[in-house]
Design a protein around this ligand. Structure first.
Ligand code: S3P
Length: 447
């Protein structure tokens, strides 16, 4: 589905203390992958806790278009009757991924080594994002791609009829690119090897092992060397999707900056490839306790108790970027409410997300009265102290869910309200954001 319907303005007003239970939805990355790997297994995969955000619903629709049977049985409860590796059927129509970079890039990978043609498009944001980072390595398998100027959507991909296995060193730290190459390698003979210098989220590797693929990860001086043996028969699984640490970051950060707050966020993934934001918040002096550590759905999780904190600015090392790449927007809001400056280096990948997120946060925070410095790869936020951000601005979200949620959280602690011009993109990843935050005590008003 392109776009998200009508734009919806929303305003956050300085909040009384946030208290209570924040049950965030299922992990977006794992939800996409559960549907995709389920479609490539032979037989019925069942999923619980699936995120029912628009991005994931678009992936479900795409898997149907490629021939899998996908059904919803209740809230978060889905089944996928897979067609096996190489068993996809050619889609009849153009596949529209709406706002979802993860959906389109992973699914380009999983059809790239099957003899068929598919055409992909998306909303105005997705049509601006680079696809060459995926189609370049896919061309090594023998796949062809014909897109708009600069490798943009709409794009037609012609899968390789006689794919060859590939050895590919990732030029950017991207789990989407890594996953697309591994998915393509599933239907290539022999061994496909992906080398990543910096570790990125490892859900595809975990899930490939869970579905019975032969996959070996070696930690070497070059980084992680991931070797996948092609043409396995993937076995259907029962997948329990854990809660999303990226979504959890919004109530967690809101509680840290709204005076008097004390909230409980159960079951947040502590996967080392995803938890950079929590490490950074603790370094800033955040009062977060990580209770009852355990494993859920193959991921390490903990329950988080989070209380309002007097935070200090920090320097976030560039090597931490892959483990918190989606959390810099909300971190910059926290940084504005800390004392001293927060320096975020190695963040240039933010410029090719749903929107140039460095630019969006810098312009919006400046409009709220915060001093910002930036260059291509760095964002510096000069903290004003707890509750001292003036606010009183309307910030543009440009179809970006995380920018929308970040400025609404900012408004919960600022002196004057903060408005976002369009909160509807939040539906892509966190449909219950408004209800969850108002349930904790936040004041959000539409229009
Ligand atoms: C994702 C990978 C990241 C992240 C995105 C989800 C994934 O993108 O920003 O929200 O599920 O693989 P990149 O791989 O482009 O860094």
């Amino acid at each position: 589905m392109s776009g998200h319907g009508a734009a919806q303005m929303m305003t956050a007003t300085r909040s009384s203390p946030l208290t209570g239970l924040a049950e965030v939805p299922g992990d977006k990355s794992i939800s996409h992958r559960a549907l995709i790997f389920g479609a490539m297994a032979v037989g019925e995969t069942t999923i619980t806790g699936l995120l029912e955000g628009q991005d994931v619903l678009d992936t479900a629709a795409a898997m149907r278009a490629f021939g899998a049977e996908v059904a919803r049985h209740g809230a978060g409860m889905w089944s996928v009757h897979g067609v096996g590796v190489g068993g996809f059927r050619e889609p009849e129509n153009v596949i529209d991924f709406g706002n979802s970079g993860t959906g389109v890039r992973l699914i380009m990978g999983c059809m790239a080594t099957t003899a068929m043609t598919a055409t992909f498009t998306g909303d105005a944001s997705l049509r601006k994002r680079p696809m060459g980072r995926v189609t370049d390595p896919l061309s090594l398998f023998g796949t062809q791609a014909y897109g708009r100027k600069g490798g943009r959507l709409p794009m037609t991909v012609v899968g390789a009829a006689n794919p060859v296995p590939v050895r590919y060193a990732l030029p950017v730290a991207s789990a989407q690119v890594k996953s697309a190459v591994l998915l393509a390698g599933l239907n290539a003979p022999g061994q496909t090897v992906v080398i990543e210098r910096e570790a990125t989220r490892d859900h595809s590797e975990r899930m490939l092992l869970g579905f019975g693929a032969e996959l070996v990860v070696e930690k070497t001086a070059e980084g992680n060397v991931i070797t996948l043996t092609g043409r396995p028969e993937l076995r259907p699984q029962t997948v329990a999707v854990p809660r999303d640490p990226s979504s959890a970051a919004f109530p967690v950060c809101a509680a840290l900056i709204v005076e008097g707050s004390d909230i409980f966020v159960p079951g947040v993934s502590q996967n080392l490839t995803r938890n950079g934001i929590y490490i950074t918040l603790v370094e800033m002096g955040a009062d977060i306790t990580f209770e009852n550590p355990r494993e859920e759905g193959g991921e390490p999780v903990a329950d988080l108790r989070v209380r309002f904190s007097d935070l200090q600015g920090v320097e976030v090392p560039p090597e931490r970027a892959p483990s918190m790449i989606d959390e810099y927007p909300i971190l910059s809001v926290v940084a504005a409410n800390a004392t001293g400056k927060t320096v975020m280096r190695g963040v240039k990948e933010l410029r090719v997300k749903e929107l140039d997120r460095i630019d969006a946060m810098a312009r919006g925070l400046e409009a709220c009265g915060v001093r910002i410095e930036e260059d291509e790869d760095t964002l510096i936020v000069h903290g004003m102290g707890p509750g001292a951000v003036p606010g009183g601005a309307t910030c543009a979200t440009h179809l970006d869910h995380r920018i929308a949620m970040s400025f609404l959280v900012a408004g919960m602690a600022s002196q004057k309200p903060i408005t976002v011009d369009d909160a509807s993109p939040i539906l892509t990843s966190f449909p219950l954001f408004e209800g969850l935050m108002t349930g904790l005590g936040a004041t959000l008003t539409k229009g």
